[in-house]
Design a protein around this ligand. Structure first.
Ligand code: ADP
Length: 602
């Protein structure tokens, strides 16, 4: 018993050891999945900021390249007519300005300049860039009136609040020596050429020093509400030697040098839309998307994360106010839906695997519990059997021995007593042989070596009747149908069935001539049956399945007080099965047990 209990504990321990680590490991894995997901979500704003930095850097790089090209452009090109920097001898030939009006760098709308020292009277020179062609092939230039208005606005602002002046002072200064004639042609358009030729009489040109500041970005929204990104620089030339001006009077416009503000109009559409779009295609990756300001807002917190990039601020434009600062927002959008759906997919996979594992574990544990329980039950039955057989053997053996020795030693003088003792010895011996016979039949029937043959059931029972009746005291009645079809049977099997069932009915069914055991053969629902009925306590419904198991005994008072091995009904079932039939037990109407063996027709 202790061993059985230990086995049960081992089974329990085994199940716990199997299930517990699975649950713990599964829980840890799920927790880790969840943490990773949270970390991924938490990293979204940082990667958006990173993407914004990359976008701003890319745009800034392009604008710097554009301005580097403009930085390299000499100030004198801001004119209709220019003089080449290295004229041959005193040859002074003029040519059109190489300012690339017809093939402007992408993103430029035009160039402008004015001499700031002329104050409000300053003349703004404007060179509008050609932006493309109309459908009919006529070239299309940037709107002159608009740019002119914007340039004048800049001029006025420059003078009013020093905005551009201050800005133009920023940046490194580069000093260049320029032939005076070149400066003169550029600044004093239409000057007297003969007069200017006097400037290089010996072939050695007179040069002047010109200081350039670097281009600097400014932004404002003009009076018409149009955004005007511009880049301006200052170009300064010092006063000329009065002596020289006297000699060459046509230099008079330059006698006090100049303080130019030169600038380029950047194309706002290019800068705030096309360029960011182009750059974003190259620097954004994966779930990062670019969204310009015009796109309709579709702001779903769960599905995406948006970061507005204020381009004016990010590119370092100088502005006049906060309103201008906040202009030119584009958005970086990070698609969180992908992260969320990846997590959802992972969760589904996880729970799928977990469910399968749980199912497998549960099935495994159930099967294990079942097989161990079965094994335990079998062990229990064998234990019961051994105890029962031992008991069954001991009682007759000790009776036989006791009576035998008493007879042998001449203790029994009385003849009648002696005969009774001999009878007892014979009875006990036959009990012993029944027991041995049953154990042997069980193993023989389990091996299944008998072959049933067609015969008449009622005739066979009739033949067995005298032997059966002999063992009782008129407590048997027979009702045998004479019109039964032949069935497959083994005579020895039917005898065994009747023996056991009648013995049980006598033992548990309190049979007497008043309440006899009834034996019946009949045809029921097309089946040929052999039935044994009594008026005893019957078999409780919950026991009916089990009483046919080997060594199983109902645990009630009647069983405990009667001798038995738990083999009788098992043998009945084995006999029935060996003939292709089956045994069952039923409630008998009016009380008692009804055992039925249905046999196969031949
Ligand atoms: P046993 O050797 O104990 O008689 P059986 O296999 O013949 O073993 O019977 C199994 C159990 O079924 C018995 O222990 C008894 O409790 C119950 N049983 C058998 N026949 C009857 C009956 N006619 N009436 C009531 N109980 C019975």
């Amino acid at each position: 018993m202790v061993r059985l209990k230990a086995r049960r504990t081992a089974l329990l321990l085994y199940s716990v050891l199997l299930v517990l680590p699975t649950v713990v490991l599964g829980g840890l894995h799920w927790h880790q999945l969840w943490l990773d997901h949270q970390a991924e979500l938490a990293a979204v704003p940082e990667s958006a900021r990173d993407a914004a930095r990359r976008l701003a850097d890319g745009i800034s790089e392009h604008v710097s390249l554009l301005l580097a090209g403009e930085d390299a452009r000499p100030f004198q090109h801001y004119a209709e007519i220019v003089a080449p920097e290295a004229p041959l001898g005193d040859q002074l030939s003029l040519q059109r300005s190489p300012l690339p009006i017809d093939h402007p760098p992408r993103g430029l709308l035009g160039w402008f300049d004015y001499d700031q020292s002329d104050g409000y009277d300053a003349r703004v020179r404007l060179f509008c860039a050609r932006l493309g062609e109309d459908a009919d092939g006529t070239p299309r230039y940037a709107a002159r009136d608009e740019l002119d208005g914007a340039a004048h606005e800049i001029l006025e602002q420059t003078l009013e609040d020093g905005f551009l002046r201050r800005a133009a002072r920023l940046g490194a200064v580069r000093t260049v020596r320029v032939p005076l004639v070149v400066a003169a042609v550029s600044r004093a358009q239409g000057a007297d050429l003969d007069c200017l030729r006097r400037l290089s009489p010996g072939g050695e040109p007179v040069t002047v020093e010109v200081n350039y500041s670097q281009f600097h970005l400014q932004f404002h929204v003009d009076a018409g509400g149009v955004p005007r990104p511009v880049a301006t620089r200052r170009v300064l030339m010092a006063d000329l030697d009065p002596e020289l001006v006297r000699e060459v009077p046509c230099l008079e416009p330059l006698q006090h040098g100049f303080g130019l503000v030169q600038g380029v109009f950047l194309d706002a559409r290019w800068l705030f839309q096309e360029l960011p779009m182009w750059v974003s295609d190259r620097v954004l990756s994966g779930s990062e998307r670019f969204l310009d300001e015009d796109a309709p807002p579709r702001h779903d917190e769960r599905a995406e994360f948006r970061l507005a990039v204020p381009l004016v601020k990010a590119l370092g434009f100088e502005t006049r106010g906060d309103r201008d600062q906040d202009f030119g927002h584009v958005n970086i959008v990070i698609d969180k839906g992908e992260i969320v759906s990846r997590f959802e997919a992972q969760s589904w996979r996880f729970f799928g695997v977990a469910a399968m594992l749980a199912l497998t574990l549960a099935t495994g544990v159930v099967l294990l519990v079942r097989s161990v329980t079965q094994e335990l039950e079998q062990a229990q039955q064998t234990e019961n059997f051994v105890a029962a057989v031992t008991h069954e053997l001991r009682t007759p053996l000790s009776t036989i021995r006791l009576h035998g020795e008493m007879l042998l030693e001449g203790w029994v003088a009385d003849d009648e007593k002696r005969t009774e003792y001999y009878e007892r010895i014979v009875r006990e011996t036959s009990r012993l042989s029944t027991l041995v016979e049953r154990v042997l039949s069980k193993s023989r029937l389990s091996a299944g070596t008998t072959t049933p043959e067609p015969a008449d059931l009622s005739a066979l029972v009739e033949r067995l009747r005298p032997a059966l009746e002999e063992r009782g005291h008129g407590d048997l009645t027979f009702r045998l149908s004479a019109e039964l079809p032949p069935v497959l049977l083994v005579a020895e099997g039917v005898a065994g069935i009747l023996d056991n069932l009648i013995e049980n009915a006598r033992k548990y069914g309190e049979a007497s001539p008043e309440r006899p055991v009834e034996v019946e053969t009949a045809e029921r629902d097309g089946e040929v049956v052999l039935e044994v009925m009594d008026r005893g306590p019957g078999i409780p419904a919950q026991e009916r399945e089990r009483i046919f198991e080997a060594f199983y005994r109902v645990g009630n008072e009647a069983t405990r007080t009667s001798t038995g091995t738990g083999l009788g009904l098992h043998l009945v079932e084995l006999h029935a099965a060996s003939m292709g039939g089956r045994a069952s037990v039923h409630d008998r109407p009016g009380g008692g047990a009804l055992f039925r063996v249905a046999l196969r027709r031949a």
